[in-house]
Design a protein around this ligand. Structure first.
Ligand code: GTP
Length: 420
């Protein structure tokens, strides 16, 4: 297969002009129809300290009560952060203009709720890896029908609106998360910051991201994108990290107009969710749902999952130079396993031989018994014949002696011939 692939990749590709319509320009329609029928699937993880508005933002994004919100945040009492971070997932079937979307939201309530949060990110990272592992395990099965894909396509990371810079916990976690998922940083509850504070905060976050080599998701511009799309993508990218406001409450705005707007009301006015001058919610929704959902999925499957897969393959084959201690340990475990398998096989082989020998012995004994029986039968027949012969000879000799007066020896010969 490898040789064929190599040969094929060396075949020069020539551009050809069609002489007439063939019909493959309908391919996008076919894909469209199939996708409509099958529906789409998307999984988002929401991460950030408790009470930052994670559930509210998801409900605002999809304009539906998808994730339960909590009005009063939990008290920080638990100390063991590695165990108590919950991972909840909610799956909803939603539909818009006949297009179905199976949306899974993976919520991580409890993150940052602890006195010591140093380990809080571990269960979350483990959950992401387990999802890749689960898929990898299904891929390596012989029967690969009905595979369940629980891989996460995007992770919205909520940064507290402190106005300073990223916290140490954010830096550590974002660095690890960014290597595994499409990381989308957002400034939570940005209505609590002024425009100037938001601008300065964004700059500092971007500096921290760059200085700490944190990998975040940026929508990519492609060669065949038209200028309008390129402009749109650039505008979206310029808003990262998105300063967001979540609210599912609507207010009549302007009062008396009959027009209802989502937002958060303050004594000085209404901060609107769906207003680009007030926050970046629209740009986040545009990227996440309207323009880049498929690209986020592709990036997950083709880059992040592939990285995980190749890393697992390398680990699987092991390399003595990379980690000698681990390699030795794995080698020993492998040898023990092999030795165990060998002794099990030997035992099985011996048992089989014994069983075969037993069978042969039984067959041999049967043959001997039959042989003995036949021998006895023949012996019996011989004795019977002897008996008859004696009887015949005895009878004949008596009568010929009496009737003709010949010698008994002559008569015996005649008697044997008659008996035979
Ligand atoms: P946990 O489930 O505890 O992790 O909380 P969460 O992050 O999901 O927060 P949730 O959406 O439950 O919201 C917590 C509180 O913050 C609620 O009182 C919300 O009304 C409020 N809230 C949500 N979004 C915003 C926002 O953008 N601005 C402000 N000011 N408050 C918000």
């Amino acid at each position: 297969n490898h040789t064929i692939a190599l040969i094929q990749s060396n075949v020069p590709v020539q551009k050809k002009k069609l002489n007439g319509t063939v019909g493959f320009h309908f391919l996008p329609n076919q894909v469209h129809r199939k996708s409509i029928k099958k529906g789409f699937q998307f999984s988002i993880m929401i991460v950030g300290e408790s009470g930052l508005g994670k559930s509210t933002l998801i409900n605002t994004l999809f304009n539906a009560p998808i994730a339960p919100t909590r009005e009063s945040p939990k008290e920080a009492t638990n100390t063991d952060s590695s165990k108590a971070v919950e991972i909840n997932s909610f799956t909803s079937d939603i539909e818009e203009n006949g297009v179905k979307l199976k949306l899974t939201v993976i919520d991580t309530p409890g993150f940052g709720d602890f006195i010591n949060n140093a380990e809080a990110h571990k269960p979350i990272l483990r959950s992401i890896e387990e999802r890749y592992e689960h898929y990898l395990e299904q891929e390596s099965r012989v029967a690969r029908k009905n595979m369940v894909d629980s891989r996460i396509h995007a992770c919205i990371y909520f940064i507290a609106p402190t106005g300073h810079s990223l916290k140490q916990l954010d830096v550590v976690f974002m660095k690890e998360l960014g290597a595994k998922v499409n990381l989308i940083p957002v400034i939570a509850k940005s209505d609590l910051l002024t425009d100037a504070e938001t601008k300065a905060f964004k700059e500092r976050i971007l500096e921290d991201i760059k200085a700490n080599h944190i990998q975040i998701y940026y929508p990519a511009v492609h060669d065949n994108d038209d200028p309008e799309t390129v402009q749109e993508i650039k505008e979206i990218a310029s808003r990262i990290p998105f300063a967001v406001i979540g609210s599912n409450q609507t207010y009549e705005h302007p009062p008396g107009s009959g027009k209802h707007i989502r937002g958060r009301k303050y004594p000085w006015g209404l901060i609107q969710v769906d207003n680009e001058a007030h926050c970046d919610f629209i740009k986040l929704r545009q990227m996440l749902i309207r323009s880049h959902m498929e690209e986020l999925k592709e990036q997950t499957l083709e880059v992040l999952y592939e990285n995980h897969r190749s890393q697992k393959l390398v680990e699987g084959f092991g390399s003595p130079t990379k980690n000698p201690a681990k390699f030795e340990e794995e080698k020993r475990a492998h040898e023990t396993k092999m030795a165990k398998m060998e002794s099990e096989m030997k035992l099985m082989f011996q048992q089989k031989i014994l069983a075969e020998e037993k069978k042969l012995k039984q067959a041999e004994e049967g043959m001997y018994a039959r042989h003995r029986e036949m021998k006895n039968q023949l012996e019996q027949q011989r004795l019977d014949l002897e008996e008859r012969k004696k009887r015949l000879l005895g009878g004949n000799s008596a009568s010929s002696f009496n009737n003709r007066g010949g010698t008994p020896t002559q008569k015996k010969v005649v008697g044997v011939a008659a008996a035979g």
